[in-house]
Design a protein around this ligand. Sequence first.
Ligand SMILES: Nc1ncnc2c1ncn2[C@@H]1O[C@H](COP(=O)(O)OP(=O)(O)OP(=O)(O)O)[C@@H](O)[C@H]1O
Ligand SMILES: [Mg+2]
Length: 258
Amino acid sequence: MMIELRGVYKQFQNHQLFTDLNLSIKARETVVLFGPSGSGKTVLIKMCLGLIKPDRGEIYLDGERIDNLPEKQLTQIRMKTGTLFQYYALFDSLTVSQNVAFYLANHTDMTEEEINTRVREILIQVNLDGNQHLKPAELSGGMQKRVGIARALVHQPKIIFYDSPTDGLDPVTADRIIDLIKKLDTDLGTTSLVISNDMNTAFRVADRMGMIYNGNILQIGTPGAIAASKDPYVYQFIRGLETGPLLDEMEKITSDND
Ligand SMILES: Nc1ncnc2c1ncn2[C@@H]1O[C@H](COP(=O)(O)OP(=O)(O)OP(=O)(O)O)[C@@H](O)[C@H]1O
Ligand SMILES: [Mg+2]
């Protein structure tokens, strides 16, 4: 397995977020997870990167246990990964090119020329060629997202985490990002964990997809199996229906927190 979570528990204050979460993702597989806001999708990715520690359970990347590693070894492991964070976290004072080049310049011994060539290639792939010299504040949200993707991919990692890659993009740009994710998965043989509540994205990129709800993965399967699911939560969520068990329970959770 390339990504594996075994019996993961995670609690914040008195809020039990995950109870006995299990997930296995094979090499070259693309798995999409979806679920309500606050269900723990971003926390799950952060646990896979060792940025948040689970309270119990084990997490493995490429066969190596990472949840109990010291920071120095985590840095090594993280080099195998690339992450598009939900709020992309670009360096404000650096240009597009410098943001994308950052990893290569600091963690590899590539020459400046090699770096420039690689950065140029990836910027063309995300359709940002010509914007190299702009700073994040001068970019639209969609452009910032694409810089985030370029930065996650520039070192050609084995494992890629995409947190909500098409959120807030126009449909045409979103389609381009979906095609890019698919192309990279096929061309480079990467293993990807994609978080997306956009069902167009989810159904188009997933080999398997699953719903996170109430501390666990409710159901996971092929897009066909999920589309045909009779689970009332999955059924309602993937169709965005107003009636069903979800809204009632989510309203209850919200009012409990007030
Ligand atoms: N570092 C933290 N400390 C305390 N609580 C946290 C922390 N990170 C996340 N949480 C809580 O964990 C829960 C899940 O958060 P998370 O960001 O994973 O949700 P999400 O599923 O990604 O939602 P969205 O779809 O809105 O991005 C939330 O209730 C959040 O408040
Ligand atoms: Mg999130």
